[in-house]
Every structure is written in C-alpha cells, then in structure tokens.
Ligand binder design. Structure first.
Ligand SMILES: *Cc1c(COP(=O)(O)O)cnc(C)c1O
Length: 428
C-alpha cells in the first residue's frame, strides 16, 4: 500500500485503503458462488442495484419527504425518492407508499406507531407457527409495548385456523390484526382476514416481506385491496436491496409517514432508496415475471422430490417460494440437519415447525426456499439434483465428499455474478 495520506484516501479504492475488508468481501463472494443457497429469505440482488447501493447518494441528508425536507440541496434526491414511490405504488396498486424504512422490522414498528397506543391489542400469527419477531415477540419492541394475542395453524392440516382467528378476534377485540409471516408456505388469504377484521372493527396489516415478489408477478393474490396497511422487505423474493417499504390507504398516509419519520427513524438512506427504485422498475418487467414463475416451479419440484425421497413437508408442499421440512420422523434435529447440509455446501436454516417440542435453538424443521438458486439459473432438473443431495446427505453413511462435488458441479453450471472482476460489479 502506498504511504498513507488524505490524497490517497480521497482517490483510492477499498482494496487499497482497507485490504482486510476487501479480502473478506472477496471471500464472501466466493462463499456465495460456491454454495447452494436455499435460505428462503435470501436472494442475489441485481448488479444494477449493487451499483446504486454503492453510490454517493449515501452522502445526502434529507430528513422529511420529497418537497418537504429539513435540509437544503435535496432537489435531486427528491426525484429519486419520488420515482421509488411512484414505481412501487404502480407495482402493487397502492394509494400511498413510504419507501424510507431501513429494514422490514422498521415497517411494522412504524405501522404500530401510526395506528396504536401502548397497551393496545394486536392479533398476529405466533412465531412458533411461522410468524415474525416484529409481530409480538416478548423481547421485541412489539411485545414490550403491546398486548399480543397469537393465532396459529390447525393441527391437522397446518394451515391458518380461521375458526381460531375469528374466535380470538371476537374475544380480544384487537385494534390491529396482522397476517403474513416468515415460514408459512401457503397463500396468505388477506380477504378472509378482512372479513374477520370488519366483524370486530380491527385494522388489518399484511406483512408480505417474504412473498412480495410473487405478488408483483401476479403469482400470489395481492393483499393491497383488502388491507389498511401492507408492509414488505425489498431483499427477499423482490430481489432488491436490504430494506423495506409500507403501502397503505390514503387515509393512513400521514400517520404512516410520521410513524417512520420522525417516529422511528432520522434521515432516509437515499442510496438504498435509489436501489429500491431500480428494484421496483425491474420487478414490473416481463423477465421478472418469468423469474418468479421459475421460483414457483423450482419450489414445487424441490418439495415433490424431497417427499419422494421420504422426507415430510409441512402441508405437503407449497404455494410460494418456501417449504418447511418436518424432521420428526427422522433421526435429525433442525440444528444437526442444518450443520450436515452445510458440510455438503447446501445452506439452509433450521426452523421451528408448528407444535415443535424442541427449543428454537434446536427445532425439528428446516426452511428451504428457491429464490436465490433460481436467480443464478437453476431449473427444475437442477432442483431434482438439489433434492437428491439433501436426501443423500441425511441418509446413513452419507458420502460427504461425493455430495460436496455434486453441489460444486451445480454451482459451476450456474455461475453467480459472472461478470464481476472482484467483490463488486465495478471494481477495476
Ligand atoms: C424478514 C421479515 C421481516 C423483517 O425484515 P428485516 O429486514 O430483517 O428487518 C419482517 N416480517 C417478515 C414476515 C419477515 O419475513
């Protein structure tokens, strides 16, 4: 490295000013390239999105909203944020959008700030049955500030138990009902939740963090017409930057905007908002629809072949991009199965299944998803090979060496970020 100086810092790239981090980012890219990524909440975002994320828009303070900022010099970033707002409203047919949330959890907290008082009751899907920590986990702000009542799935078919949802709603009169979660493999029926919300005079929030990409492509019913609020991440099926956004009816627009700023956050991340705008543009395209159709086909094939290989799948399959393996009929815990698959270069996460008797650090399930591998080009035949690797890895006397080679062959067949010369798209 050349001798240190401000002039060097002003002009040099990362590998010159911080070789440690540059090397780690290089290793992380190679890890992503060399493993079969089945974590259902992950994806490989577009190079164009990475470029926007790495842009100098990160430098700009812009507390407030387009046209109403607390800082000068916002004329360009106003256009960036307005473009993101207009695009996401058009994509999902929403009356109002807020694109400033730094992450998915923030979107939900902002909605609570917009419509609840501390002590109010929320009716949401239990974490143990596939909900999300921001829907009322005891140690999360949602669980600390609000009275949480949880509904679940039914014991026989593991689908949302609407009789229970309705009974709990009538009994507890929640101010807000939340539908959607992190590990529910079936359609989220916002229309049925709306009927119950109307019956008890509750507001309805759908958290589509996981399946927003399927909604954008018309492969999952759009919750927007039925809900007062819809929240989402941008980095899961939507394949954009790590962040979130909120859609709502016009009557809640001001409360939601105030919930995010100044309720929860300070200045927005304009580089991320630029990347969100790009994500929304690409998500409205025909190629994105084709991508999502492949995500669905790949999830179906993975579920079918795991079933054929003798593994149990919660609800017997999936309507979405994710599926949950029930390991209770095997020797494996979720934790041990996750570790074993890691040894053969398949990345998954252990996950509690409904009525799980093991603790959340162990669990009896695995959650698998198809968005990331589909992004790098896997098709149904590749998913059959993935299922074969998983089944063989969990069998007795598995030949781990041979299985690692099979995972490596799949990764070599579908290169990730083939145009990259280093750890990011525009490193020289
Ligand atoms: C992932 C997820 C979130 C939170 O997203 P973060 O960006 O990790 O804060 C919120 N709700 C649901 C249902 C999710 O799956």
């Amino acid at each position: 490295m050349a001798s240190e100086s401000l002039d060097l810092y002003r002009s040099a790239g990362l590998s010159e000013v911080d070789p440690d981090i540059a090397a780690l980012l290089g290793r992380e890219l190679e890890r992503q390239r060399g493993t079969v990524e089945l974590i259902a909440s992950e994806n490989f975002t577009w190079p164009g999105v990475l470029e926007a994320l790495g842009s100098m828009a990160t430098n700009k303070y812009a507390e407030g909203y387009p046209g109403k900022r607390y800082y000068g010099g916002c004329e360009v970033v106003d256009e960036i944020e307005q473009l993101a707002i207009d695009r996401v409203k058009a994509l999902f047919g929403a009356e109002h959008a807020n694109v400033q949330a730094h992450a998915g959890a923030m979107t939900n907290t902002a909605v609570y700030l917009a419509c609840l008082e501390p002590g109010d009751t929320i009716l949401s899907l239990s974490l143990a049955h596939g909900g999300h920590l921001s829907h009322g986990l005891k140690v999360n702000i949602s669980g600390k500030l609000f009275n949480i009542v949880s509904y679940g799935v039914s014991r026989d078919d593991h689908r949302i138990d609407f009789d229970q949802v309705r009974a709990l709603a009538l009994e507890h009169k929640p101010k807000l009902i939340i539908c959607g979660g992190s590990a529910y493999p079936r359609i989220v029926e916002a229309d049925r939740f709306r009927e119950i919300a109307d019956e008890v005079g509750a507001l309805l929030l759908c958290d589509m963090a996981h399946f927003a990409g399927l909604v954008a492509a018309g492969l999952h019913p759009n919750p927007v017409p039925y809900c007062d609020f819809v929240t989402s991440t941008t980095h899961k099926t939507l394949a954009g930057p790590r962040a979130g956004f909120i859609l709502c009816k016009a009557e809640h627009a001001q409360a939601v905007d105030r919930g995010i700023f100044p309720g929860l956050q300070g200045g927005p991340l304009l580089h991320t908002i630029a990347a969100k705008a790009t994500c929304f543009k690409l998500a409205a395209s025909q190629p994105f629809k084709a991508y999502q159709r492949q995500v669905r086909a790949n999830a179906d094939r993975l579920a079918a072949d795991l079933l054929a290989g003798g593994l149990d799948i919660i609800t017997g399959g999936t309507d979405t991009h994710l599926l949950c393996v029930d390991l209770r009929s095997t020797e494996w815990t979720g934790k041990d199965a996750e570790d074993r698959l890691h040894e053969v270069q398949v990345t998954v996460n252990k996950n509690a299944i409904p009525f799980d008797e093991r603790p959340p650090t162990v669990t009896s399930g695995l959650r698998l998803g198809s968005p990331a591998v589909t992004m790098r080009g896997f098709d149904q035949e590749d998913m059959a090979e993935v299922a074969g690797i998983i089944v063989a890895a969990l069998a007795e006397n598995a030949d781990l060496e041979a299985l690692r080679a099979r995972s490596a062959a799949l990764c070599a067949k579908h290169p990730l970020y083939p145009g990259f010369r280093g750890y990011c798209s525009y490193e020289q």
